[in-house]
Design a binder for this molecule. Sequence first.
Ligand code: PHE
Length: 475
Amino acid sequence: MAAIGSAVGLGNIWRFPYVAYKNGGGAFLIPYFVALFTVGIPLLIAEYSVGSMFRKSAPMAMRSIHRKVEWVGWWGVFSAFLIAIYYSVLMAWCLCYLFHSFGLVWQPDASSFFFNDFLKAGTSLSLGGGINMQIVFALLAIWTSIYLILYKGVKSIGKVVAITVPLPTILLLILTVRGLTLPGASMGLEFYLAPDFSKLSMPSVWLAAYAQIFFSLSLAQGIMIVYASFLKKGSDINNNAFITALADGGTAFLAGFAVFAVLGYLAYQTGMPMEEVAGGGIGLAFITYPTAIAKMPILASFFGVIFFMALLTFGIDSAFSMVEAITNGMKDKFGVSREKITLIICIMGFLLGLLLVPGSGIHWIEIMDHFVSNFALVFIGLLECLVFGYVLGGERIRKYANDVSDIRVGRWFSIMLKLFAPIVLISIAAASLVELMVNGYGNYPSWSILLAGMIVAASFITAIVFARLKCREEQ
Ligand code: PHE
């Protein structure tokens, strides 16, 4: 349940629809499901097996596989922390919007409200612009909740996920039914599901699909490894992997209906074509969706509250899972107490998150999200496939997982892990790197891209340093 909670999050409701939208709408579903079956599920089985085999967090599990690869585990958990920094800011926005839903205050122009009144955003990327204290307090509330849920350990996590997994699923179903019964919904769905095959020839679309799978299944960041390390010996692995993956993919697919049906309604109401109503980008959940909600004939505020409540409750277990990965890494390696390290990480997460609160933050969130998920996660995923496939042994993992599982995976599993996934990941990463060099990223200046690259590089170097530090037993 906690693993599903980690997987299903803002990635499904906020990220998936906007990434799908950017990459050809319905056409994106093809690479998405290909990525789910060729890399998502095999790597999930491998991460669960490694966690359950070594019963340690990612860095130390990697160390048990081979001393020289401990850094891969650290790089994963540091990337999770980087994501946690902006993820919590997004959640803070959701919390503010939850309250704004009561008065539908973003009317009449949700875009101007979002940028000018709420974010106080300028167009510049440099720090500055106004600071909305609401967001600061909301961010504090989010990090405080993460701390309170985590400091006691896995028992309280169990209690929290028993509520925060089913509840938002019900909320999402309510939104979907509401969306589908609005006029114009079919237009939105047609846009969502009608494939534009020409997009499939672009490597960046495939990269986006693989990146979305890594992000959405919380792979390559040590999260699934540490959660599996808490499983009882002999727990079914393959079944859990399939359930997690399908619950995650299913929720994203469902969220697509809830989002695109409502966008269709907006197109119908405003007479604009589908391509134009959603500006794409991360504003989808904060501009387009609220605009559509405000136009609903009845109970508009109610549906606003439901939407942001769903985002928050879906998001919270993803947010704390990222923290869990890094705190357990530190605890295992240096023997620090759980309470202390959780507190330190939460305070750091809050302080670093403050950098993203001023007006320019939204651009940095978009840049960070793009680079950490598209490049760091894909790269760490690739390293994991190699370490698991060759150093630990794909067949060994397969045997381990099959011995405890009802569903047995065939040899395809090792082939995916050892050959298919590495080849695909290397080629799309290389092709996209070339595309990035040639075309840049969006309208962002190259210095901002360089800075994002440096942040990713810094997490890599820190990972190497941490792997070289002595661990508790050696001190
Ligand atoms: N999987 C989460 C989501 O889809 C996000 C996440 C990313 C969680 C990285 C943990 C680590 O929202």
